[in-house]
Write a protein that binds this ligand. Structure first.
Ligand SMILES: [Fe+2]
Length: 177
């Protein structure tokens, strides 16, 4: 059936993020086991639990709307997953792979944030306050996770620069400018 209404579009977008969350829930345990930094592991584990809660919130949002998720593949998150798999074929060191995971997590969070912000706005416009509240909860968790991984990413980036400077012969970081 052709999509014609704002509700059709909303259900499509809601199904898209529903599908994205399923892929993310599958990916997080893999990323947690690959990451070698304790802070990264902890953030990913915490977000794994949050993602399960987010999926439940989405189930509840669908129930509230009297609808079921439609089959929508989220190519954006699938694409991020494929990029990760390709990157691993480059045989990254533990430190580089951990840095990559943090950067990929930040990209994923920002995709989700954009999706949830649009959905929250639309749910409010449609007068679906309970649905808006559930989606707002998910949005807040994505925002917090984005902040967390961005902060970890900065620290890891600094550590990597420092350790690679230490590896370069002939460099004198203490020398006067
Ligand atoms: Fe999520």
């Amino acid at each position: 059936m052709a999509m014609q209404t704002a509700t059709d579009l909303f259900l499509h977008e809601l199904s898209g993020i529903y599908s994205a969350e399923q892929v993310i829930a599958q990916m997080l345990p893999t990323l947690t086991s690959e990451a070698t930094n304790a802070q990264v592991k902890q953030a990913l584990q915490q977000h794994e639990r949050e993602t399960q809660q987010q999926i439940q919130n989405l189930d509840q949002a669908f129930r509230q709307l009297g609808a079921r998720p439609i089959q929508v593949e989220c190519f954006a998150v699938e694409g991020l997953k494929r990029q990760h798999d390709e990157f691993k074929r480059e045989q990254p060191s533990d430190q580089v792979l951990t840095g990559y995971i943090v950067s990929a997590a930040a990209k994923t969070e920002h995709y989700e944030m954009a999706a949830y912000r649009g959905l929250v706005e639309q749910a409010k416009l449609m007068g679906q306050q309970e649905v808006a509240r559930l989606l707002q909860q998910n949005l807040q968790q994505e925002e917090q996770m984005a902040q967390q991984v961005e902060q970890i990413g900065r620290q890891l980036g600094q550590q990597m620069i420092q350790s690679s400077m230490g590896q370069q012969p002939g460099q004198h970081p203490q020398a006067p400018m």
